[in-house]
Structure formats: structure tokens, C-alpha cells
Design a protein around this ligand. Structure first.
Ligand SMILES: [Zn+2]
Length: 243
């Protein structure tokens, strides 16, 4: 498991500036006005505050609500995450109104509607970063691993998670129980990104033009910490990625 090491200490001042530039960019139509690197830094630092129980609750007051209502939204990140009630995206990244364009669906799958929502975030809102956020103890992934009976439209969700489970079972037959679920959670994030690439030339184009980073990440529901993986900056990065 490769973790990405970020050196943020020396960049604290820069990120503070980025927060302000993000706020100032509210009046602009040219997107949030931050780079992918800065956007990632804001999320990393926000999660560090959250996990250390030192949240700042930026952009969470009524004035910010009024500001975003009057001037529109210019979020600096799009996030695809799970519907799980323990994974509230704005809270775990310590962000507020207008900061993050969030797509939440059980299992964090990337089917047609999720792809359309992501395209809106990336293309129309110009977010320079897309985080695909899996999480530990994911019920949708667990149900798929354990072949729980799926009723109604839940079958559709499961069909998007099954490829990840099959792939992990084939590659690592020694895994079972919690270890298998943990590996499937990670694989499911990459499967979602693959599906996105398959269905969205718009997202691939943004990636290849250097307008977008896609950052896989896993949130731990016990610690509140996000485990960041190497950013995908080109479609070919997905083939060489270490999970
Ligand atoms: Zn989940």
C-alpha cells in the first residue's frame, strides 16, 4: 500500500492564502481560482484538522450562505463519496458552504448519473480536483463481498461493485473476512475511476489537458483520517498505480 507523503508544514502560509483566494474567487466566473495542488492541500489540511479534533468550520456561517447565494458557487473540489451517514464529506474535510461539490451514492459507484454530476463539477464549475473517496466498513461493499441478497434497484449498485470484489478475489485469493472487504473497498475506488474514464470523454480530456487531478482516497470511520493515494494526472497513470 503506497501512501503519498506530502510536506505541508512549510506550506501552511500558502494554503492560508489559498483559502482566501478561494473566497475572493467567488466573484469570478473562471472557476475557483486554485490549482489542483492547492485544492488537494486544502482538503488534506482540513481533514488533518478534523481528525485532530481541531476543526475551524470555515465558510460555515450565515454570511457565507448569503455570499454564495448572491455570487454563485465556486467550489474548489468535486468529491465522489458514499452515502454512508458516517462519511459526511464537508465535515470530514472541515469545509463549508460553496467549498466542495459532492456526489454521494451508496458504495461510491460511478454510474451514469454520478458521471453526469462529476462532469458538471469538473466542466461547468471548473473544479481542478476530483476526489474518489472510499471508506472503511462500507456496507455496500461488504454486502457485495458477502453475496447478500439485493432487492430492487440495490442490484444495480451491486453490479457496479462486483467487478472490484471479483478482481480482489482473483488477485489475492488468500484474503477473507475484513481483509477482503478492506481490499475490495480500495479496488472499488479504482473501478469507479475506470468507469468514469469509460463513460466520460469530457473528464478524460480535462485530465489530459492538465485541468484535473483525480485523487483516490480512503476514509477511516474509526479515526476520521483520510488515507490519500497517488493523484492520477493522466489516464495512463491508472495502469501503473499502486493500490
Ligand atoms: Zn459505504
Amino acid at each position: 500500500m503506497k501512501r503519498v507523503a506530502f510536506s505541508f508544514l512549510a506550506l501552511a502560509l500558502l494554503s492560508t492564502c489559498a483559502v482566501f483566494s478561494s473566497s475572493l474567487a467567488v466573484a469570478s466566473d473562471a472557476g475557483p481560482g486554485v490549482s489542483a495542488e492547492e485544492a488537494l492541500r486544502l482538503l488534506v489540511e482540513g481533514n488533518e484538522r478534523f481528525a485532530a479534533n481541531k476543526t475551524a468550520h470555515p465558510h460555515s456561517n450565515f454570511a457565507r450562505l448569503v455570499d454564495t447565494a448572491e455570487h454563485g458557487q465556486h467550489p474548489f473540489a468535486t468529491v465522489l463519496g458514499c452515502s454512508d451517514s458516517r462519511v459526511p464529506v464537508e465535515l470530514l474535510f472541515d469545509q463549508g458552504f460553496g467549498d466542495v461539490f459532492v456526489v454521494r451514492v451508496a458504495g461510491g459507484v460511478c454510474a451514469d448519473d454520478e458521471t453526469g454530476s462529476i462532469e458538471y463539477g469538473v466542466s461547468h464549475l471548473g473544479t481542478p480536483i476530483l476526489v474518489v473517496l472510499g471508506h472503511t466498513q462500507c456496507g455496500a461493499v461488504t454486502a457485495t463481498v458477502e453475496h447478500e441478497h439485493a432487492d430492487g434497484h440495490i442490484k444495480s449498485l451491486v453490479s457496479h461493485i462486483e467487478p472490484a470484489v471479483k478482481r480482489v478475489r482473483a488477485a489475492r485469493p488468500e484474503l477473507s473476512g475484513a481483509a477482503l472487504i478492506e481490499a475490495a473497498v480500495v479496488e472499488n475506488v479504482y473501478v469507479a475511476i475506470e468507469e468514469l474514464f469509460e463513460h466520460s470523454p469530457m473528464v478524460v480530456e480535462a485530465l489530459e489537458k492538465g485541468k484535473l487531478w483525480i485523487v483516490p482516497a480512503i476514509y477511516d470511520v474509526k479515526t476520521g483520517k483520510v488515507d490519500w493515494r497517488a493523484p492520477i494526472k493522466s489516464k495512463k497513470d491508472l495502469k501503473n498505480v499502486k493500490k
